[in-house]
Ligand binder design. Structure first.
Ligand SMILES: O=C(O)CCC(=O)C(=O)O
Length: 390
């Protein structure tokens, strides 16, 4: 095993307090052992005992996945690179399963399949697949059944409750290139079948995985693989990926995994920072539009309002959300916490994260031109300040 792999602690049991203190707040990875998924329905339904085998190992039961054969899923061809990703298309899962059963399609990787959302839309419950481990229940990005709640839907005009719960299925050798997760979120990933090899690179230490100033696609192209933390995730284990950590993942066996991107109050500074970076990129990419608006309305005229609106619109399309979605998410989750107090940060700490984000947001020049967003921010602040102390 790699010399640095000790940096990823493995737990057979962990309390929420330890998870919060040593991993959420310090932003460090961890692994939960296979006992955390042993009772999942998928752990029983999707595995066949393989033989002969030196260790206890399983093969994927592709027939069990056939019940989802009608789901149209994203499929990456990991033998064909396309810019910073692989070539992708969408097809009914049935077609990919048929290829695999015939021993073909060994480079195809079903990625970002919204299995759990589709199961819910079909009127069933996600417990036919899994159960979210307790320490990950304070999840501000996947509000689950609250999406159907009218009050939440009112605060969901900008797609903040899009689904970030995925299933990944692919043969040995398929892989996910070097990347970090969307929005500055955390993620967790559970191997239901098979083992994966992970390479981790902490934030702010990425020179070793760059070539000509650009991040490499596949760290295996580099001498010493960029010196990252390399760790094997065994079948049944769950890995926690901290915010902003780059990672690459290789399927060592035929793998089926469940992955969530998630956020909670300790993620707010990372989400905030990531949104500022995305906004700056959008502003730079359409600086010509800014000049056009300024010419039309005059540099001393009311150009900023139109410019900010333009930037927020593009940000929502490009990055998936803007300030409106960010504050809607905070409002919704502070009003209706997704997890009980025992599985969430203490109220005072959560308030501290939110109030700091309010302070920073109000210092952004764009915030002067977003009256509807500011109304939500004012609501959030008022709710915190008027709440009785615990
Ligand atoms: O399992 C994979 O191929 C990728 C998983 C991943 O990158 C993640 O969960 O963040």
């Amino acid at each position: 095993m790699d010399a640095l792999s000790w940096q990823v602690r493995r737990y057979d049991r962990i309390t929420y307090e330890t998870f919060l203190r040593d991993h959420l707040i310090l932003n460090r990875p961890l692994i939960l052992d296979a006992s955390h998924t042993a009772s999942w329905s998928a752990a029983k339904a999707w595995r066949i005992v393989a033989q002969p085998c030196e260790r206890l190992c399983h093969e994927a039961d592709l027939n069990a996945l056939s019940r989802y054969g009608h789901h149209v899923v994203p499929v990456a061809d990991t033998s064909t690179r396309c810019f910073s990703e692989f070539e992708r298309d969408e097809r009914p899962l049935r077609k990919v399963l048929d290829l695999w059963k015939a021993g073909e399609g060994q480079s195809l990787y079903v990625k970002d399949w919204h299995l759990l959302d589709l199961v819910e839309r079909e009127g069933r419950k996600v417990n036919e697949v899994y159960e979210v481990p307790e320490i990950f229940r304070d999840d501000w990005m996947n509000p689950g059944s609250r999406v159907r709640d009218e009050e939440f839907a009112e605060h969901d005009r900008h797609g903040t409750s899009s689904d970030f719960r995925f299933c990944y299925v692919g043969p040995a050798g398929t892989f996910t290139p070097l990347h970090r997760d969307v929005y500055g979120s955390y993620s967790w990933s559970a191997n239901v079948v098979g083992r994966k090899l992970w390479w981790f690179y902490p934030p702010h230490d990425l020179d070793s995985v760059k070539r000509d100033g650009e991040l490499v696609f596949d760290v295996r192209e580099l001498e010493d693989e960029g010196g990252g933390i390399k760790i094997v995730q065994e079948e049944g284990e769950i890995i926690f990926v901290p915010s902003g950590w780059h990672h690459q993942v290789l399927n060592l066996d035929f793998c089926i995994s469940i992955n969530h991107n998630f956020a909670s109050s300790p993620t707010i500074p990372y989400l905030f920072e990531a949104l500022c970076v995305s906004q700056q990129r959008v502003e730079e990419s359409i600086s010509d539009v800014k000049e056009m608006i300024q010419q039309r309305l005059g540099k001393n005229g009311p150009w900023e309002e139109e410019w900010v609106e333009e930037v927020q619109g593009l940000l929502e399309r490009d990055a998936g959300w803007g300030w409106s979605g960010f504050w809607d998410m905070i409002w919704a989750n502070t009003q209706k916490p997704p997890a009980p107090a025992s599985l969430s940060p203490p109220r005072a700490l959560q308030d501290q994260y939110v109030l700091e984000a309010i302070r920073k947001y109000r210092n952004l020049p764009c915030s002067r031109f977003l009256p509807a967003v500011n109304e939500v921010v004012d609501h959030v602040e008022r709710a915190i300040r008027s709440a009785p102390a615990d």
